[in-house]
Design a protein around this ligand. Structure first.
Ligand code: SF4
Length: 353
């Protein structure tokens, strides 16, 4: 058993409908979604964690965590399952249609420090096409309601959605900038085979147009004070998502709930519940290379000091990193450049060869 996890992800697998691009584990809520808290408690106990904490970060994702309702979140907080460190970050993902003033006030009173709203687009026709089940107006109202209770409220957008012209994407980014948010995630659309769009045979977005849309976000958002700190994430300095940073820095985390992955020591648990025990070298490689996606740069000496088992890679990695820098894919501190972000997977494969 590895050390008690300091980072917990809780997955709430309920949604009132299915977004057209969605391949996550989610389904209709049960009659009493708050009862799902008991399921989480049972799972935690069965996996050897009857209580957790003090946690440094807690992330409630989905699905639609808001479907737990105020009652469900109060039960979760009072259950004895978890305690939070004094400066803990607690994030809850919210669907815009589920945001109400009483809910977000309750979340704030329970210790929630961050909210993340799935806005995805600022165009009603696009939202309908995606089967998002909310309007632009609802999203804007939800943002105002949410940040009145929890100032650290950010949004997600999706680049490359069908029917979104370059002009529409420019307007989306301008609207986002005007909101003055502390955190914005911009995910590049991928057509997953299990999604409604995948099953219908929809073609993936044109790669050049998708790169242009992501590059425009990478240009526009930093000009508004939002620094790109990871491939898809932008934040005002100091307001990065600490939960996700821990994962990208190769840290341990426990995931509870149907669809939640975990990474604890050499154990990798997938969202479907299957588990793999990695070799110490596989474990170190995965934890070391995930850091490549961060703007804080890939420090080879620090990486090898943390993972001595990777010492044999030193010469090869030093030479490959130098090549990447020479080709303009990495900056002097080995942080990805704009072009580097576009070919991150290829760089990682090169380092693994
Ligand atoms: S709200 Fe999220 S989890 Fe639910 S269907 Fe949409 S994308 Fe999937």
């Amino acid at each position: 058993m590895s050390a008690a996890p300091k980072h917990l992800y809780l997955h709430v697998p309920f949604c009132t409908g299915r977004c057209a691009y969605c391949a996550f584990v989610s389904g209709p809520p049960s009659a009493n979604p708050a009862d799902y808290v008991e399921t989480l408690l049972c799972e935690a106990a069965a996996r050897g964690f009857p209580s957790l904490g003090p946690l440094e970060t807690l992330y409630c994702g989905g699905g639609t965590p808001a479907l737990l309702g105020e009652h469900g979140f109060v039960r979760l907080r009072e259950s004895g399952l978890l305690s939070l460190a004094d400066d803990a970050e607690w994030t809850v993902e919210l669907h815009p249609a589920a945001v109400t003033a009483p809910l977000v006030r309750t979340l704030a009173s329970l210790g929630v420090t961050r909210l993340s709203l799935g806005v995805q687009a600022f165009d009603d026709a696009t939202l309908i096409r995606c089967n998002r089940r909310h309007t632009v107006r609802q999203a804007l109202e939800a943002i105002e309601i949410a940040r009145a209770a929890v100032p650290d409220t950010g949004i997600d957008l999706i680049a490359g959605l069908p029917g979104v012209s370059p002009d529409e994407w420019t307007r989306t980014l301008r609207r986002t900038v005007a909101l003055g948010l502390p955190h914005v995630s911009v995910y590049a659309l991928s057509i997953e085979p299990e999604s409604a769009w995948g099953r219908s045979g929809m073609a993936p977005p044109d790669p050049d147009r998708l790169c242009d849309a992501v590059a425009e976000a990478a240009d526009t958002l930093p000009a508004a004070g939002l620094r790109r700190y990871e491939t898809s994430n932008y934040a005002r300095p100091g307001l990065e998502c600490r939960h996700n940073l821990n994962t990208w820095r190769g840290g341990d985390y426990l995931g509870l709930g149907r669809g939640a992955a975990s990474r604890l020591g050499l154990l990798r648990r997938h969202g479907d519940g299957t588990e793999e025990l990695l070799s110490p070298e596989e474990d170190a490689l995965e934890r070391a290379l995930t850091r490549l996606r961060l703007a804080e740069g890939f420090d080879l000496d620090a990486t090898l000091a943390r993972f001595p088992i990777l010492a044999p890679y030193r010469g090869r990695w030093a030479s490959r990193l130098a090549d990447f820098r020479a080709h303009g894919l990495l900056a002097a501190d080995n942080a990805p450049t704009l072009r580097g972000y576009e070919v991150l997977d290829a760089m990682e494969r090169e380092l693994l060869r």
